[in-house]
Design a protein around this ligand. Structure first.
Ligand SMILES: [Zn+2]
Length: 325
């Protein structure tokens, strides 16, 4: 984990492995301090606090959650008395999509010889992601601290005279997606609307919506984007995400029209330059999203996570690439 200063008063903490759960955090070091997203477990959250603590004068008064996924909210509890700000949908969804006990159960299961044997046969992808997460994460002792200040479309903060705009852009990657713009410093915290140098995953929303939001980010024209995952970038980060989605959508359409299944399509689609990204076989989830649209299925239908992780595992094996989530 490392800290980067991205403008006069804005900072980022980045998880360099850039795999599942390695989310970034941000800091706007004005108006008593605002932290954006709080890491995936308590030990990562404490490291983040230690790094930001080198530049702030005290624990921040405010926390923003860019959306409801566990990897962005599981350090919330360490910010006692902070105002926690998020889109109105977030507190209702967090207990369901970000239950730390469920995730810890998965990690515990992979630690037991017997259940590991069963998983290897029945759910090799579930075992693989559990083994990967066990290398870095421990979800014990996490207690959900829900957002306390909710907004609908926009929320503006004035930090010592500097305007900070929270813009609701969901559902796109998740229902509660929010981007945070600091116009005076030309910085944008994108949450998981932008994955950088790793394949995106989306749990809600449509391609059309996600592409529109990327256009909005390009229009806002920040000098620096702090993505939800991966290294800090400029506007090219939004453009690359667009190119990825346009490519996968088109390829998925071609495969769908030929009658291929999601798995067959995922195996067949050439990763091209995206093979260099982390977790390239997460491609499966993006093909699945496209197929849901082609079949006119509800885009907010829930995901069978075991099936999804097994599918990502099988796609990686079929392509002869490293299994990475
Ligand atoms: Zn994330």
């Amino acid at each position: 984990m490392k800290m980067e200063q991205v403008s006069k008063n804005c900072f980022a903490v980045l998880n360099q492995k850039n795999r599942m759960c390695d989310a970034n955090s941000g800091l706007i070091n004005l108006g008593g301090g605002v932290v954006i997203d709080t890491q995936s477990d308590l030990s990562h959250a404490r490291q983040m606090i230690e790094l930001f603590g080198r530049v702030w004068s005290g624990m921040p008064r405010r926390v923003i959650n860019t959306h409801e996924d566990g990897d962005h909210v599981w350090g919330n509890q360490l910010f006692h008395n902070a105002e926690i700000i998020a889109h109105r949908a977030v507190p209702g969804r967090m207990p369901h999509v970000a239950d730390p006990r469920e995730s810890q159960k998965l990690l515990n299961g992979a630690g037991l010889v017997f259940s590991r044997l069963i998983l290897r046969v029945l759910h090799p992808g579930v075992l693989a992601i559990a083994m990967q997460l066990r290398q870095d994460y421990d979800f014990n002792d996490i207690k959900l601290a829900l957002p306390t200040t909710l907004f609908d479309e926009r929320h503006e903060l004035n930090l010592d005279g500097t305007e900070v705009d929270l813009i609701y852009v969901g559902p796109c990657h998740q229902v509660g997606d929010t981007i945070i713009h600091v116009p005076a410093e030309r910085v944008l915290f994108a949450g998981d609307v932008i994955f950088r140098q790793c394949a995106p995953i989306g749990w809600a929303g449509t391609y059309e919506k996600w592409l529109k939001v990327l256009d909005l980010i390009i229009w806002l024209d920040p000098d620096v984007i702090v993505p939800g995952h991966g290294p800090v970038c400029g506007i090219e980060g939004a453009m690359e995400m667009k190119a990825y989605f346009e490519y996968i959508y088109e390829e998925s359409r071609r495969c769908f029209d030929r009658g291929l299944t999601v798995m067959e399509a995922s195996r067949r689609i050439d990763l091209g330059p995206y093979a260099q990204w982390h977790g390239p076989a997460r491609l499966y989830t993006n093909v699945e999203r496209a197929y849901r649209e082609f079949r006119n299925e509800p885009v907010d239908a829930s995901w069978d996570l075991a099936k999804t992780f097994d599918a990502i595992y099988r796609v990686a094996k079929a392509k002869g690439i490293e299994v990475e989530f």
